[in-house]
Design a protein around this ligand. Structure first.
Ligand SMILES: NC(=O)c1ccc[n+]([C@@H]2O[C@H](COP(=O)([O-])OP(=O)(O)OC[C@H]3O[C@@H](n4cnc5c(N)ncnc54)[C@H](OP(=O)(O)O)[C@@H]3O)[C@@H](O)[C@H]2O)c1
Length: 403
């Protein structure tokens, strides 16, 4: 990529909750000499963050409605990491600027419709300019996307065939939630409840496929709110499954279905095998449904707004430090072999660990020698193994075993 750019990485949204954490992570972990700038819509608030971090990085001011400022931002840097969300509300103009300027882009969206819009409108422009536009570079969906990639690569290296039934189990997770995430959820609930056509897009397991007509018809792949007993433990719905599964299926299609044409993928949350496990699973399924419904109806939404964090707020430092997550991707292959990939890390998954994932994604896009690819990509197809190596070096576990 052009080393003539002024910066290697701009952290845009650096005044927000995750933006500040990402900038703090880069201040600690970026290699010496990396040229980083802090981006946001308010010079004054950016000054505050710069002072708080104790860095001398330049500031780049750009409101999401200011096309000229976004173009200047995109043209000034090799890569942008943006936490300006809800992305459906603020995100597309920056994607457009990066796709036009050949600038690599990483974000933290978990919004299916935003990624669909981004791909429909800017995939071709990004391919033409060489930009890697990479959505979902946080807890959603890096553990899922790299977990499946590493499993498929190992099966291929062993000559064990392609993946068939593949399940991600959320074994454990501890952490909090920020106002920005709640705002994004609210925004999605609004669109889905008011627009039938969009509801249909979101319900499609291949909603993010680059070639919908070429996708196999594999029937129900397990996105429902079901509770069941499998392999000795109770499982229930994982709230991020509807997004993560669509990203992973996009990764498969972008690699010409390298995971397999019979690749059936689902994600579930584990509740253990104790007598209360099925009750916990059912209560979580009910909770997911209740939060969605609560945000959809005005009276309960007004109540929820009072208790949920506001934009800019998020989990305390103690919660972030005590957090952790472990996921396991278990897959069968066309030859009958079975594999399991474990992805885990210390730190609140949506915040401390997400700041590492977004920061390392941006460094990878700016500094690594990546396999040729451009367009609206996924973490696995844009960065793949080099990102997995970076995360291991940052203390994550990513290991694959044959069962
Ligand atoms: N994928 C994951 O695992 C994951 C985890 C956590 C969060 N997220 C997502 O990340 C996003 C950010 O979350 P957060 O908690 O950090 O939110 P936040 O604290 O509300 O931060 C939002 C940022 O966007 C900026 N912003 C808002 N409107 C803008 C505009 N018109 N132009 C330019 N900048 C603008 C804000 O600037 P000001 O400070 O000036 O208001 C702030 O820097 C959300 O969409 C959330 O869903 C994803």
């Amino acid at each position: 990529m052009p080393s003539s750019r002024t910066y290697d990485v701009v952290v845009h949204g650096a005044t927000g909750f995750v933006g500040r954490l990402t900038a703090a992570y880069l201040a600690k972990a970026a290699p010496a000499g990396t040229r980083i700038a802090l981006g946001g819509r308010s010079a004054q608030r950016l000054e505050g963050v710069r002072t708080e971090l104790g860095v001398d990085w330049p500031l780049v001011v750009a409101d999401s409605s200011d096309t000229a400022a976004l173009r200047a931002l995109a043209e000034s840097t090799t890569a942008v990491a943006t936490t300006v969300g809800p992305y459906a509300r603020y995100g597309l103009p920056l994607v457009e600027a990066c796709a036009a300027a050949g600038t690599h882009y990483a974000d933290l969206t978990g919004e299916v419709l935003f990624v669909r819009d981004s791909a429909d409108r800017f995939h071709d422009a990004a391919r033409a300019s060489g930009a890697r536009i990479v959505h979902a570079c946080g807890f959603d969906s890096i553990p899922s996307d790299l977990g499946v990639l590493l499993t498929a690569e190992r099966a291929r290296a062993d000559g064990a065939g392609e993946l068939t039934d593949t399940t991600l189990l959320l074994v454990s997770a501890r952490g909090g939630v920020s106002g920005g995430t709640i705002d994004s959820l609210r925004n999605q609930v609004d669109v889905i409840t008011s627009d039938r056509a969009q509801r249909k897009v979101v319900a499609d397991p291949y909603a993010l496929s680059p070639a919908r007509a070429a996708e196999p018809d594999l029937g129900e792949q397990g996105d429902a709110l079901g509770v069941r007993r499998e392999e000795g433990r109770w499982t229930g719905p994982f709230v991020m499954a509807p997004f993560n599964t669509r990203i992973v299926r996009r990764s498969n299609a972008l690699q010409d279905w390298a995971y397999g044409r019979s690749f059936r993928y689902r994600e579930v949350m584990g509740f253990g095998s104790t007598p209360v496990a099925p009750l916990l699973a059912a209560a979580t399924a009910g909770g997911v449904l209740a939060t969605g419904l609560g945000l959809a109806f005005r009276p309960t939404r007004l109540l929820l707004d009072k208790v949920l964090p506001a934009p800019g707020e998020g989990p305390s430092e103690k919660t972030r430090e005590k957090g952790h997550f472990t996921v396991q991707v278990t897959a069968s292959t066309t030859s009958g072999a079975r594999y399991r990939t474990t992805v885990s890390a210390k730190g609140d998954p949506g915040y401390a660990a997400t700041a590492v994932m977004l920061g390392e994604s941006a460094l990878s896009l700016a500094l690594d020698d990546l396999p040729a690819a451009a367009g609206v990509l996924t973490p696995a197809t844009a960065m793949g193994d080099p990102l997995a190596d970076r995360l291991r070096a940052a203390g994550f576990t990513l290991t694959t075993e044959r069962l």
